[in-house]
Design a protein around this ligand. Structure first.
Ligand SMILES: Cc1cc2nc3c(=O)[nH]c(=O)nc-3n(C[C@H](O)[C@H](O)[C@H](O)COP(=O)(O)OP(=O)(O)OC[C@H]3O[C@@H](n4cnc5c(N)ncnc54)[C@H](O)[C@@H]3O)c2cc1C
Length: 475
């Protein structure tokens, strides 16, 4: 049973826990915490609560649990599915003040970090220690590691190093009732019952609040080889990927696919983004292999494989970067696509994955189905081919009506996600469910899976205070 005090009472009580430095209730100052990336939702919280320690998180949750106050955990607020949006009467609990690297350990090759550390800062901390922390995504300058773990983020290096789940050995989590689970283990092997760490990773703040993590560190690669390849079709992209994996002993660290329309959009709208090929190929593939101890060590392997692929007719043209600066020019094409797409008007998003072998079939079928369902719509796919993850974005017709197009969001999703399901794929490869895709869970998860998820939620958060309205569809 919960008893909810009057708002002025509970707001004052919570403020007393975090102090003035951890309290934001000024309308203008709250704005960045209430705004949502894609403008699909608007947060309503009366205050943003920013604890500085695990103990403060614990006391805030213990209080909210007793008083029945909804708590929406928030990191950098870069999520793309409305997961960190607070409804009226709920608070946002932002972790940004918890940004300490608690320890850096180059014997166990781990760092213990607080949840509010910005991802790019952790990459730098690892580099300074002579190690690599490989999680990398375009929002890395503002997203936080707590948010990355809560969403099980993927990014561009997942093909080699795995997703966020693969990069964390342990977690510290504050449970809904305020108790702290110290799971900051450095162990790779620990078969002592249910894996709680894996339960909290990807739970989008619905089961507990991640306050710290043990992250894995890797050797810094001595050499990175980058190329942009021109291809006739996506089957060729899969062949090239396999060739590279075999020849480099699995050291492919990036494999990003771009359709002609996505590259054209980037070169049209983004300054200094130049098309690298004389003729625009139907598909471009950005690939990197990395490893070794010395600069240039992997170059012979890279060149040999690309020559073989060329002779086999899989590649029609290629640009191999001669320097990091040239590599960055190639990267710029890939990284500019999301921003460029915004300038092509409204866009209906699909962040999907299918088994690698089924990507060509998925692209063919989904493109045809969307073009039939929404005449004039421009299918603009790109993404992390190496992980089977395609951002299958659909831009509005040229000169079409923006609102009329966006009104078709759910219908378009249905067309695409049904094909994904037929191909044994996922309707959310890396961004999560949040508020945007709750109804998709109902359609695409089995009742067995949903029942198990609801049972976990009821057991760990019986008063339903953690991220209410996110992820799980109503029973
Ligand atoms: C330009 C751009 C590029 C992107 N590229 C990628 C990409 O390549 N791969 C990818 O996976 N994602 C990508 N994203 C999505 C987003 O950056 C990731 O989902 C990121 O992991 C979210 O981190 P955040 O700190 O911003 O979390 P938020 O957006 O603040 O929160 C996301 C979810 O996690 C929960 N949460 C946050 N912190 C905690 C915590 N400490 N404990 C418990 N729950 C918490 C929130 O309640 C919410 O449900 C991209 C976003 C942008 C804007």
């Amino acid at each position: 049973m919960t008893t909810r005090p009057a708002p002025e009472t509970w707001l004052a009580d919570l403020k007393a826990i975090v102090g003035d430095a951890g309290w934001i209730d000024d309308a203008e100052a709250m704005e960045p915490y209430l705004e949502e990336q894609r403008g699909l939702y608007r947060g309503q919280a009366p205050a943003i609560v920013c604890p500085a320690t695990t103990d403060e998180v614990s006391r805030v949750l213990a209080y909210c649990n007793k008083a029945g106050i909804g708590v929406v955990p928030q990191g950098g607020n870069t999520g793309l599915c409305g997961g960190a949006v607070a409804e009226a009467g709920h608070i946002v609990l932002n972790l940004r003040r918890m940004k300490r690297v608690r320890s850096m350990d180059t014997v166990n090759n781990v760092m213990i970090v607080e949840a509010g550390c910005v991802l790019a800062n952790l990459q730098s901390a690892a580099t300074e220690a002579g190690r690599l922390f490989p999680l990398s995504l375009a929002a890395e300058g503002s997203c936080q590691i707590g948010g990355n773990l809560a969403t099980n983020a993927g990014g561009t290096n997942a093909v080699r190093y795995g997703v966020a789940r693969d990069l964390a050995l342990g977690l510290e989590v504050v449970m809904a009732d305020g108790r702290v689970w110290d799971g900051l283990s450095m162990l790779k092997k620990d078969n002592t019952g249910y894996d709680l760490r894996d339960l909290f990773i990807g739970s989008e703040g619905s089961l507990g609040i991640i306050t710290a993590a043990v992250l894995r560190l890797f050797p810094q690669p001595g050499d990175v080889q980058t190329a942009l390849l021109a291809l006739e079709n996506v089957d060729s992209a899969l062949s090239v990927l396999n060739r590279l994996q075999q020849a480099s002993d699995g050291r492919v660290s990036v494999c990003e696919l771009m359709s002609a329309i996505s590259v054209a959009s980037a070169t049209l709208h983004i300054p200094d983004c130049r098309p690298p090929f004389d003729d625009m190929p139907p598909w471009s593939l950005l690939v990197e292999i990395s490893g070794g101890r010395e600069d240039g060590e992997l170059r012979p392997i890279f060149e040999t494989v690309l020559e073989e692929a060329f002779e086999a007719g899989e590649i029609i043209d290629a640009v191999i970067a001669e320097s990091r600066a040239q590599a960055q020019t190639l990267w710029r094409l890939r990284e500019s696509i999301p921003e460029a797409q915004k300038q092509d008007g409204a866009s209906i998003k699909h962040d999907v994955s299918v088994p690698l072998s089924r990507i060509p079939e998925f692209l063919e079928r989904a493109t045809a189905a969307v073009e039939a369902a929404l005449p004039g719509a421009r299918v603009c796919p790109f993404g992390h081919l190496g992980d089977g993850n395609i951002h299958f974005n659909v831009s509005q017709p040229v000169d079409g009506d923006r609102d009329a197009f966006l009104a078709e969001w759910e219908r378009c999703n249905r067309v695409v996600h049904d094909i994904v399901a037929e191909l044994d794929g996922s309707c959310s490869a890396e961004h999560g469910i949040g508020r945007l895709k709750r109804h998709e869970l109902r359609r695409y998860k089995s009742s067995v899976a949903l029942d198990a998820m609801r049972a976990l939620k009821a057991a760990l958060d019986p008063n339903g205070i953690l991220n209410p309205g996110a992820m799980l569809p109503d029973a």
